[in-house]
Design a binder for this molecule. Sequence first.
Ligand code: 9MG
Length: 278
Amino acid sequence: MLLRCADRVLDLRFPRVMGVLNVTPDSFSDGGRFVDVAAAMSAAERMRAAGADIIDVGGESTRPGAAAVSADEEWRRVEPILCALLERGACVSLDSSKPEVIRAGLALGVHLINDVYALRQPGALEAVASSGAAVCLMHMQGEPRTMQRAPHYVDVVAEVGDFLAERLRAARAAGISEDRLVIDPGFGFGKSLPHNLALLRRLGELQSLAVPILAGLSRKSMLAQLTGRPVEARLAGSLALALAACEGGARIIRVHDVAETVDALKVWRAWRHETTLD
Ligand code: 9MG
């Protein structure tokens, strides 16, 4: 299974690690309004050295209840980081849903668009179609500000699958080739704990859509419910969820703790007989 991402090809016969780089003022700031580019870049370089295959750069938080930011502000935050990462030869994903930001990122040469709205904003589909970049189409019920209030499904796996199938049809119809498409069930995006667990348990059913699956479970609030741990103490739970997702067929794992996830995946691959230890 190969993923075409602009000028490169990612081999997804085994799971790859996507490192999360949030460049919002609360993540890397000098205490004021501005994101500290040097601090963000050293975090990115640490992730790359630890084995991240892709760095996912986002300038707007999608956490439940997070405030929206303008396209100008989002771009002001991410542009210097995207430029520096691309200059250093990194495989770069842009976490954005805004067509203006997506277009600007593609013009710089980002390799993948990670869109939690699955290219539903007017102009987003066309922007990706006219590039060679890959795209991750994610499922979300509702919108980030309110999505966790009362998520409801009759059959969460079937409904998420139907939504992703429809977005894949739209992407293909817009001219995005098969080898540039990735899907994501959107753990925690308009889902309760039973919804998230059902999706994880039955993740393999999404393989019938015949494109690679990305899973983002790292440090998510389902781990607070399962372990009672605060966000800074969810590493063990995140690793367990990452391996469960690999068992369900996920081929890109989006994480904060890259070094630990890379180690866990090495063990998982050996157990799976995909590597030899001699
Ligand atoms: C931006 N972002 C936050 N969580 C995510 C997840 O689970 N998947 C993807 N694709 N993006 C996410």
